[in-house]
Design a protein around this ligand. Structure first.
Ligand code: AMP
Ligand code: FE
Ligand code: FE
Ligand code: ZN
Length: 281
């Protein structure tokens, strides 16, 4: 089984990279992708926990924004983490996430919520990418809400009056950075309408032109109809379809391998990287 999109404590998942590898192994996953938001911090630990017979696809889910303000998540897989252009953009995004969190907290404080940046940082593993889920966890710890889900539904969603975006490259720039670092670019859950504004179908053309390799067609936040439409886009451009869980540990309902990628599709994807970077024992 191939699950190319999961998260660890290096961003907003709740398993350490090692635990994530162990759970994936127990679940029968043979190819595991670890795609923490805007970081490669979990790569080394995950590699150390690798089991014989299992392959790791290391990457990062890069937060992007289109020029019209739509949030897009771009999975960069199998890139060279020593590439400084890409590493610099990820570092800028991570730095800006702290500024942005302080601004969200100010808005919430003005509305009467008693929450501090220290409360939020207490929810973060050392070196992890800071995000709204950590604010959600802090709100749960303070008993302001009951769960991450409730925090997002009531207070932290993209249309909330407390919402502020952070610095992000455009999807096209992220694709070029990933390709420049030798990796492959797969757009994550582009039609996940539950999450807010979705990618316009017309905008796939410029992403393919920038080098987009694939689309995450199967994902729990996309309906059957949305997946079918994406399958047609994949066929139209001759790119690759993936399916994945977007597992976040106990942070979300998503279960490991609830959606998977076909072996042929994974092989085609891997062949598009400029070097063999799948980690095997
Ligand atoms: P941020 O990157 O700080 O803008 O936060 C976005 C992250 O919040 C996404 O990566 C999701 O993992 C997470 N998220 C979005 N909606 C929910 C939800 N309803 N419950 C739990 N996590 C969520
Ligand atoms: Fe996440
Ligand atoms: Fe995502
Ligand atoms: Zn994700």
């Amino acid at each position: 089984m191939i699950d190319l999109h999961t998260h660890s404590l290096a961003s907003d998942g709740t398993d350490t990279p090692g635990e994530l590898v162990n759970k994936a192994h127990a679940r029968g996953i043979t190819v595991l992708g670890i795609m923490d938001h805007d970081t490669v911090a979990g790569w080394e630990e995950a590699s150390n926990y690798l089991r014989p017979g299992m392959s790791l696809v290391l990457g990062s889910e890069i937060s992007c924004q289109t020029l019209d303000g739509t949030s897009v998540h771009m999975l960069g897989m199998l890139f060279d983490k020593a590439n400084t252009e890409l590493a610099d953009v990820l570092a800028t995004t991570r730095d800006n996430r702290l500024t942005r969190m302080n601004r969200i907290i100010s808005r919430m404080n003005e509305a009467g919520f008693q929450i501090t940046i220290e409360d939020v940082l207490a929810q973060l593993a050392p070196g992890a990418t800071l995000g709204r889920p950590h604010l959600a966890d802090a709100l749960v710890a303070k008993k302001i809400v009951a769960s991450r889900d409730e925090a997002f539904a009531e207070l932290l969603h993209n249309n909330s009056k407390y919402y502020i975006s952070h610095y992000s490259p455009t999807p096209e720039d992220a694709i070029k950075l990933i390709k420049g670092a030798g990796g492959v670019a797969v757009i994550a859950h582009p039609f996940a309408s539950l999450r807010g504004k979705i990618v316009e179908i017309e905008s796939f053309a410029s992403m393919v032109e920038a080098g987009l390799d694939g689309i995450e067609v199967s994902h729990r936040d996309q309906s059957q109809e949305e997946s079918q439409l994406l399958r047609e886009v994949v066929a139209q451009y001759g790119i690759i379809a993936t399916g994945s869980s977007d597992y976040h540990g106990t942070g979300k309902l998503n279960e490991l391998a609830e959606f998977t990628t076909k072996p042929d599709d994974f092989e085609a994807l891997e062949a598009r990287a400029n070097a063999r970077r799948v980690v095997r024992k």
